[in-house]
Design a protein around this ligand. Structure first.
Ligand code: WTA
Length: 662
């Protein structure tokens, strides 16, 4: 953030406000404004309210153990099983015939799982995993697209106390290998392929290539046959097993849900940070599930009778918390869609909403911007009147896109919740409670009850209303990450060091820093301004610039690279790569193609550079640091800030000319 302009930007322009309808408020799960005071006055015991949404095998002794910050423990002494809470208890409570998952494949085929169906398959697959040698606390990697076997595998892992690590299906073989190596994971569940825009994609080929890169070897791989006759004719290797064969072998078997300690790991989720190495964010059984369930109830207003749809991919945290764990803990019907929103036509999502009479829809601003660009005639072809609530997540939403969503999808009747949170927070942190608070397009809203978020300056002092600064969270919460996998030191360094007194044992001296800039208004509404670290947000997906740079530098003929995020109409941000080549290397389209391929191989197509700019030098300060701010300004075609501290100011103009010519 350039300090001068943020002040200017933060000066409050008069903001439009929208109230939830009386009809919505009358039926909302949480509609008494006293909830904010209750949580504040009764903190941390207020969080019992979340814990009470779960069934515990053994009651916890203490809500919060904050004796060793920042290693907080929630609901200590409590024991429970996540698969029991998301499946068995609904079957036992008379909801066995309620639909748990409504799945739609890209070609329009559908599959429906009741809670009873889910119970059967989760048990059978849990039995299969055990038989393959998976023991409690073994990390099982799941590398799959949006097919029902993914949540089934997650719940089966949870049942036997084996943490899962889901790797987004669009990530490359290298990315899979890095994550399996980092998590010491010896088991993989994957599939033969899936459909994208009508064509089958070979996924097993990528998975096999990734497996070759797993240093410690792999004990067993399970492969789902998704493509049938459209498959690529792979033969399964010695330690590879077919999903259906395993289920047949274990048909009808039941596995008792393992009693897990509230603080036992439920899953790992890798996410990008400042360095090239992805971070293994650790989430736990009790606190995470309680938090996902509470926020699903309070913010998404989910009731078990609802048909709820979150269009994210389960490969990201949003899908973990708000396709699988939160909604299923509440026993609702969750919709899963395999494909893209524009296949076969640009009304596909609206078609699905109409077909299943979806009540609640949760998506990303990047998708909304694409819908807006395609035009309102697509949603207008469908009856969307079943909708009651809309939500967004993943990046800031500009007021224009917010209002488009509110009007054309919600018919000005559905509240929109703009939810700020992160992989690390486990669940939503800053957003309006839809039955209580007014909405201000562009601003996520106030912190949720019990969440102490503040906007501070570089010295940690709270900024005044109307000012911009850095977002911090000053009290722990149940859904928080507990550490980075096997790296407590990096956990402190990445999230706490900035604003905490790291030598203190007093929790009041510990402040969580999410690395986002934000501003706050007189009503305590927070507007997120974006990341302040080297992370860019492409279509709501977090990518580390260092990871992309190291992929580019790995391409033959490249000497140095700098990557920044430039503004993009639909994606929010796009990857701009500035590349210095080695002496004698041609700077042509062939080289560009090799660079793009290098990034796709190392990370995946989502990280593909929008533009590759060759330059003989990068703008550097006298101390040799690359001035990324200038490269961003060039990417955005903005007027350039101060260049006087540069060692090589002349290079800036030459880079600028090149970008303009592209
Ligand atoms: C950004 C996704 C503005 C933010 C759940 C955060 C947002 C990062 C919002 C986390 C929002 C997420 N408004 N920005 N409503 N939601 N972000 O870990 O920069 O993939 O730090 O988690 O996305 O991305 P992650």
């Amino acid at each position: 953030m350039a300090d001068g302009d943020t002040e200017l930007e933060a000066r409050l322009v008069e903001q439009e406000e929208f109230e939830p309808s009386e009809e919505f408020v009358a039926q909302a799960n949480v509609s008494d404004p006293a909830v904010y005071d209750e949580f504040e006055e009764n903190w941390p015991e207020c969080w019992e309210r979340a814990a009470e949404m779960l069934d515990w095998d053994e009651e916890y002794d203490e809500v919060l153990d904050d004796s060793n910050p920042p290693f907080y423990k929630w609901f200590t002494g409590g024991k429970l099983n996540v698969s029991y809470n998301c499946v068995d208890r609904h079957v036992e409570n008379g909801d066995k015939n309620r639909v748990a998952i409504k799945w739609e494949g890209e070609h329009g085929e559908t599959r429906t799982y009741t809670y009873q169906d889910l119970y059967r398959e989760v048990n059978e697959f849990a039995a299969a995993l055990r038989d393959l040698g998976v023991e409690e606390d073994d990390v099982v990697t799941l590398y799959m697209p949006m097919i029902p076997e993914l949540p089934i595998a997650m719940l089966a892992c949870a049942r036997i106390g084996a943490p899962h690590s889901v790797v987004f299906g669009g990530f490359s073989a290298d990315a899979l290998a890095t994550r399996m190596n980092s998590a010491d994971s010896r088991f993989l569940v994957t599939c033969d392929g899936y459909y994208r825009r009508g064509d089958p994609l070979d996924h097993l080929d990528k998975a096999n290539e990734g497996l070759d890169g797993v240093d410690h070897g792999v004990d067993a791989t399970v492969v789902v046959d998704r493509l049938g006759d459209d498959g690529f004719g792979h033969d399964l290797k010695g330690n590879q097993h077919d999903w259906d064969d395993l289920l047949d072998e274990h048909a009808g078997e039941r596995i008792d849900p393992v009693e897990r300690d509230a603080e036992d790991m439920l899953f790992l989720m890798y996410t990008s940070g400042t360095t090239g190495q992805p971070k293994g964010v650790k989430h736990t059984t009790g606190g995470y599930l309680a938090y996902a369930a509470w926020t699903s109830h309070a913010v998404l207003d989910i009731e078990k009778e609802d048909t709820y749809w979150c269009s994210a991919d389960i490969g990201w945290i949003t899908g973990h918390s708000y396709i699988v764990y939160g909604p299923m803990a509440l026993g609702t019907t969750t919709v899963m869609y395999e494909g893209t929103p524009d296949f076969p036509n640009r009304d596909r999502l609206w078609d699905i909403i109409e077909k299943y009479a979806v009540d609640i829809f949760y998506t990303a601003p990047t998708a909304i911007r694409a819908f807006m660009k395609w035009g309102s005639r697509f949603p207008e072809q469908h009856d969307l009147s079943s909708l009651r609530l809309l939500g967004t997540v993943g990046e800031p939403i500009n007021p224009r896109a917010w209002k488009w969503y509110y009007k054309h999808i919600g018919n000005e009747e559905c509240p929109v919740v703009d939810t700020w949170w992160q992989t690390e927070t486990g669940g939503m942190m800053i957003t309006t409670l839809p039955g209580i608070k007014k909405m201000k397009p562009g601003s996520a809203g106030p912190p949720l009850p019990g969440i102490d978020a503040q906007i501070v300056d570089t010295s940690g002092k709270r900024v005044d209303a109307g000012r911009a600064g850095y977002l911090t969270v000053n009290k722990p919460w149940p859904g928080m990450l507990r550490t980075l996998y096997k790296n407590d030191e990096r956990f402190i360094q990445e999230y706490w060091q900035e604003y905490s007194d790291v030598d203190s044992n007093d929790p009041d001296d510990w402040v969580y820093f999410p690395e986002d800039g934000a501003k706050i208004d007189g009503d305590d509404y927070i507007t997120i301004l974006g990341r302040v670290d080297d992370v860019i947000n492409v279509s709501g997906h977090r990518l580390g610039t260092m990871e992309i740079e190291s992929a580019i530098v790995g391409v033959e003929g490249v000497a140095e690279a700098a990557v920044v995020g430039g503004n993009h109409e639909v994606k929010g941000e796009a990857v701009y790569a500035y590349v210095i080549t080695e002496e004698g290397q041609d700077e042509d389209d062939d080289m560009r193609a090799r660079i793009i391929e290098g990034v796709e191989d190392a990370i995946g197509p989502i990280a593909r550079p929008e533009m590759v700019v060759f330059t003989p030098e990068l703008p550097k300060t006298r101390s040799g640091k690359i001035m990324r701010r200038l490269l961003e300004e060039i990417a955005n075609g903005e007027e350039l800030g101060d260049t006087t501290t540069l060692r090589n100011p002349e290079i800036v103009e030459s880079i600028q000319r090149q970008v303009e010519n592209e």
